[in-house]
Design a protein around this ligand. Sequence first.
Ligand SMILES: *[C@@H]1O[C@H](CO)[C@@H](O)[C@H](O)[C@H]1NC(C)=O
Ligand SMILES: [Zn+2]
Length: 282
Amino acid sequence: MILYCTILLNIFSVIRSEYNYDQQGADWTGTCRYGRNQSPIDLTQKHATMKHLPRIEFEKYDLALRTPLLLVNNGHTAHMELPPVGHIKGGMLRGKFVPQSVHFHWGSLISKGSEHAINNERYDAEIHIIHKNSRYWDKSVGEASQLPNGIAVLAVMIKSVLREEESELNKVFEALPQIIPYKSNTTIYGRLTMKQLLGNIDTGKFYTYKGSLTTPDCTELVTWTVFKEVVSIRLSLIANFWSLTNSHGQPLINNYRELQDIHRRKVYYRSCDVLKKLLDWW
Ligand SMILES: *[C@@H]1O[C@H](CO)[C@@H](O)[C@H](O)[C@H]1NC(C)=O
Ligand SMILES: [Zn+2]
C-alpha cells in the first residue's frame, strides 16, 4: 500500500505544474531522471572544446519591446512573455530562433541559485531567454520543444554587488515586490530592449552545448548558449526574488535544478574573432 502510494505520488509530481524544488529536481521522474542530455551542467574551460564558431547575431535586439510587458509569478519563477520580434542566429544554432519569454533562477540569502556553473563556480542568479525555431512559427513553445532543433535558450549569469549598478534590467527586479503572491502579475513600463534583458553583456564569449529544459518534463534537444560575461546586479534587487511565494504560500527560493552529468556530450567554447581575422588577413 505504501509503495502504491509512493508510485502514485510520483506520477502526480511529474504533472508539469506540480513539480517543486524541494530536492533541486532529484525527485523528478521520466526524462528528467533517465535522460542523458540533461541541463544544467558545469561548464569548464578544461573540458570544453575551443571552436571557431560565428558570433551570435541579434536581429532587432536594439528595438524597444512593445509595452506593457507582463511579469508573472507562476509559482516556479518570475516569468515574462516577450513579443516575438527579431531573432538570433549564429553560434551553434541551426536556423533562426525567435524570442518567446524570459525567466529567472535564484537562490536565497545563504545560497547561490544559478543553474549552470562556470569552471565549478555557481552564480547568484541566472537569466533564461527562451527562443523558438522560426520554422515552427505555428507551433507553441511546448510543441516546439518536442521537435528537433525546436528550442534555443540564452543564459546569462548574475552576480550580486553592493554598489549601485546601472542596468535597464533593474526595471524587472524593481517590479518583483508587486508579484509576491502566487499567480500575481504586474506591468513593466518604460523602454526595454532584448539587449538590455541580456544585461548589455559582451556576447562574444560563450559556452554552447546540447541539453534539456531544466524543468519537468526536461525535454531534450535544446541548444544552450551560456555567455561567459556576467552581469552585476545590486544585492538588494536580487533579494527581491526571495520574497516571492509559491502555490503553497511558502518562500519561492532556490528554484534551481542540481547539476547534471555531462555523459558523452561535447561542450564548445567560443572566445574571439582574432584567429579568424588573422586567417582572413593571411
Ligand atoms: C493579472 O492580474 C489581474 C489581477 O489579479 C488579473 O485580473 C489578470 O487576469 C492577470 N492577468 C494575467 C494575464 O494573468
Ligand atoms: Zn530556466
